[in-house]
Design a protein around this ligand. Structure first.
Ligand code: NAD
Length: 501
């Protein structure tokens, strides 16, 4: 389609390049080399904030996956034979090299995802470096366990699993990829990464970085492409031993179906619909800010976001008044502006999905307290924008309050008692995270223990200690990563029993 015609019609332009600058064509990284994919199919990578195309991602096919898996398999024995300390040194070298590119990571991530630059720095760039540094320390300290018997000693050693497939989504691109790559290679596996086709830029930057520091060829490989074209052949590949997947629940089910018949080791980090429970004994001012952050960080596009806000009826009106004011004052707009708090949504398709939930909320009897489409001028006219949206008066079993929307949309609900709050929090198929806000820590802990979920924060949200288990229950996933749980998942324990004389 003619780009001008496309712009005139008001749709998201599919091939509008900034100042006529040709898009960057990305390549796969296989066996220590940047290589072309085996066909001529590409996907345009668009800036979510403007709709400008700035790169093209290869739509690889099973042949490319085969080559990458073969490269990973060939590199595994030598890499797996290194000591933990030697591999930890490599992780530190990667952290150092990424740290030197801190601003580049933040800028690329902001351009690729539409998130504010301040958030891309504080969350994405920071955690991408920290993940490598953290796992370097943990792996260096890792000691083999021993169990003594009267007449024998058991020594449990951690062996690499083999070749790992690492598949990641678009909301926290390098943050989540580094969270997998670091423990996977640290424990002696070699890997094939398949980042989201919507946000390939920092995965490419990571490969350039590994290349520059001379990581042995084949230890980390990357195949770009769609879920069907590259992701599915990777998860079902007979020479892949382990799959670590982060993404949507429906995709997770397909990944599980592909991996299960071959008994691959599998970790699934999936969607969430997390409750934020506000008791009347909370510190209202702090809670308003904390709940707004939990609801709208990254425009609600974090699996942990608290999108169902349960408020004790005694403070409902006061809390809601202050909460709506706080949310209305959030600055939405140009991601490169230091003052911006909320950026664009990832794609036109995703915006359409989120908007369809806002429309559904109206049909389900909800009242829109604030939100809708902001008027954006200039180059931002073609971006994917939605103002932070608050919906009240929905039934707790409405679709909008039970299904994952994954956008800047929260629903508000009243409760009377602790038991009622717990029942509402558990009334969804998801079980990833949650937060409880109260002046009574014993009550907070009591409530937390009754919620069917993987993680609960009390009087805070997304306060991460990388040593703790991360993951969910029910439709939010299978298994845990984080700290020693990651080391356990990315290794196979072998018990050696030595009989004494
Ligand atoms: P998605 O499931 O559409 O895609 C995730 C990745 O899987 C992408 O790389 C995609 O190309 C790939 N993929 C798609 N189909 C595949 C298939 N059949 N086989 C193998 N790979 C396939 O998810 P998304 O839209 O990119 O991300 C948003 C979702 O991710 C939300 O549901 C969010 O809650 C979830 N998420 C979960 C966590 C967590 O830690 N639990 C973290 C971030 C995001």
């Amino acid at each position: 389609m003619d780009p001008d015609e496309c712009c005139d019609s008001g749709c998201v332009p599919c091939e509008r390049d900034r100042d006529g600058v040709a898009p960057l064509d990305l390549e796969n990284y296989i066996g220590g080399k940047f290589v072309s994919h085996s066909n001529d199919d590409w996907l345009n990578v668009l800036e979510p904030a403007t709709g400008y195309r700035f790169a093209r991602v290869p739509l690889s096919e099973p042949k490319d996956v085969d080559t990458a898996v073969a490269a990973a398999r060939a590199a595994q024995p030598d890499w797996g034979a290194l000591s933990h300390a030697e591999r930890a040194d490599w992780l530190d070298r990667i952290a150092d090299a990424l740290e030197a590119k801190y601003e580049e990571i933040a800028t690329l991530e902001s351009q690729d995802t539409g998130k504010p630059i301040s958030l891309a720095r504080e969350v994405d760039a920071h955690r991408s470096v920290t993940n490598f540094r953290f796992f370097a320390g943990l792996i260096r300290e890792h000691v083999e366990e021993q169990f003594e018997m009267a007449d024998a000693t058991n020594i449990v050693i951690s062996k690499p699993v083999g070749v790992a497939a690492l598949i990641t989504p678009w909301n926290l691109p390098l943050y989540l990829l580094s969270w997998k790559v670091a423990p996977a290679i640290g424990m002696g596996n070699t890997v094939v990464c398949k980042p989201s086709e919507l946000t390939p830029m920092t995965a490419n930057l990571l490969m350039e970085t590994l290349h520059e520091i001379g990581l042995p060829a084949g230890v980390v490989n990357l195949v770009h492409g769609s879920g069907e074209g590259a992701g599915a052949p990777l998860t079902s590949h007979p020479d892949v031993d382990l799959v670590s997947f982060t993404g949507g629940t429906a995709t997770g089910a397909k990944v599980a179906e592909a991996a299960a018949p071959q008994f691959k080791k599998l970790s699934l980090e999936l969607g969430g619909k997390n409750a934020t429970i506000v008791f009347d004994d909370c510190d209202i001012e702090k809670t308003v800010n904390g709940v707004a952050r939990a609801g709208f960080l990254n425009s609600g596009q974090v699996c942990l976001c608290g999108s169902r806000i349960l408020i004790q009826e005694t403070i409902y009106d006061e809390f809601v008044g202050k909460f709506v004011d706080a949310v209305k004052s959030m600055k939405i707009g140009d991601p490169s502006d230091e003052a911006t708090e909320l950026g664009a949504l990832i794609s036109a398709e995703h915006l359409e999905k989120v908007e369809s939930y806002v429309a559904l909320a109206g049909e389900e009897g909800g009242t829109l307290l604030t939100g809708g489409n902001p008027a954006m001028a200039g180059e931002f006219e073609h971006g994917n924008w939605l103002a932070p949206t608050i919906i009240a008066d929905l039934s707790t079993d409405s679709r909008c309050s039970r299904e994952e929307i994954f956008g800047p949309v929260v629903t508000l609900h009243k409760f009377e008692s602790e038991d009622e709050a717990v029942a509402i929090a558990n009334g969804t198929d998801y079980g990833l995270a949650g937060s409880v806000w109260t002046g009574d820590l014993a009550k907070g802990q009591r409530v937390a223990e009754k919620i069917h979920t993987g993680m609960v924060w009390i009087n805070t949200w997304l306060h991460r200690d990388l040593r703790v288990p991360f993951g969910g229950v029910k439709n939010s996933g299978v298994g845990r990563e984080g700290g020693r749980w990651s080391l356990g998942f990315f290794s196979e324990p072998l018990n050696i029993c030595l009989k004494h004389d």
